[in-house]
Design a protein around this ligand. Sequence first.
Ligand SMILES: [Zn+2]
Length: 117
Amino acid sequence: MAKCDQGYLCEVCGEEVPNISQSDLYLRYIIGEISSRQLLSAPERHLRCNPTLTQFIVDPKFPEVKAEGAFSKAELDPVDVKTKEALVTRGWQRLQEVRSLGIPISDYPLEEFRKKE
Ligand SMILES: [Zn+2]
């Protein structure tokens, strides 16, 4: 299980992603966007390096990220934005706590996205 604590290099900025609490990949796994298989093969990114997704994290503990252009949430339907903010923020909050829970990676996703494999 040591692998999940090792830093991987961010595809965007090339710097190390020191742990999963800053990992875009694990966040997307928690919110059901990618499968556990993709989790092992997809490139790693910092949360701040994927503003298209992480602009939806609304939490005083997370430094605000802004996406530019067509993918900016300012351009999107406000109802969709609210829905997405609720999901991604909940996912981020779970991401901050999962490592301390001592649970298997298959239990990381939010309850509605957890699958029996
Ligand atoms: Zn990065």
